[in-house]
Design a protein around this ligand. Sequence first.
Ligand SMILES: Nc1ncnc2c1ncn2[C@@H]1O[C@H](COP(=O)(O)OP(=O)(O)O)[C@@H](O)[C@H]1O
Ligand SMILES: [Mg+2]
Length: 318
Amino acid sequence: MARKLSFINYKGGVGKTSLIVNVGASLAEVGQRVLIVDLDVQSNSSLWLLRFERWNPLVEKNEGHIYSTFEPGVARLSDCIVRDVVRNKESGKQLPGLDLLPTTFSLIDLEEDYKPANGLPAYVQFQEQIAEIEDDYDYILFDCPPNILSASSCGIFSCNEIFVPSNPDALSLIGFTLLVEKLKLFFEASASYRVAGMDPAAQVRGVIFNSIKNKVDISSSIMRVQVRINQFKGKGVVAQDARIFNTKIRDEVIVPRSVTLGLPVCLIGDYERENTVRDDYRAVMKEIMNIPPLEGIPNGGKQPSEMGSSHESPVSPL
Ligand SMILES: Nc1ncnc2c1ncn2[C@@H]1O[C@H](COP(=O)(O)OP(=O)(O)O)[C@@H](O)[C@H]1O
Ligand SMILES: [Mg+2]
């Protein structure tokens, strides 16, 4: 059974996609079987890993992407997986074990036009189809947009653990606070669909600071986030062992450049300096691997309905 991790913050541009792609690649480098699931309508991780050459046909044929699984009878998630997604021009596998469930801009229809035939929320169907493929993977990583609308809720409902990429600024702290409040509401609203045999609701297990500029002191940001984590701990959504990662991902121009090249940072050949952002991604990967997986009942025996009520007095966002 895979560990299923969502990367989400209520703020955009904090490094969710960069972390997913580069941590996913680092996991594949050490032999883990990894599936990246692109749940962001902007399709950034799909475009990064497929580049336009392999992404455009999904759009033109309107098949092989996540939204096609919501059109009755068309496809299942298992049909849409792009195996060993990182390829060179000769189609050689460059990172065996790293697979992608791609998306296209059509995913926006899940928020607008989608009417489920059986009346069940989209995330229930999605979770059932993830369950069909999860034994094929060690890690399934959900790249979520900065909200908990329909597409994002597919990842949040299906995963066990939530990681929050963050920048050291006040807006990211607001994003974290909002996220926790919204997660609580979502888990309450979806509790009746979490039937026997399903994993319990996910918990936030860590905050990962990203894009840290050389010589910039981020200690006060770290302190503010730590205070906020401590405030939320034990209230159901934030795990008792939630932490700020020791590794902080440094800001390096190679990260946006790697998107242009269609490769994870670890595969950029001319990038052979020691001690770079590539090592940061590998260190985050090791920290994730070293966090004990949540066994059976990650929310400590409580069912979602027993979690803290959304009617508690709200915490100030700053
Ligand atoms: N460590 C980093 N160093 C430099 N640029 C980064 C770093 N992480 C992300 N970026 C850049 O910041 C922008 C937003 O990152 P992205 O991963 O797309 O965020 P999100 O998925 O949260 O919107 C992108 O242009 C990306 O290339
Ligand atoms: Mg993104």
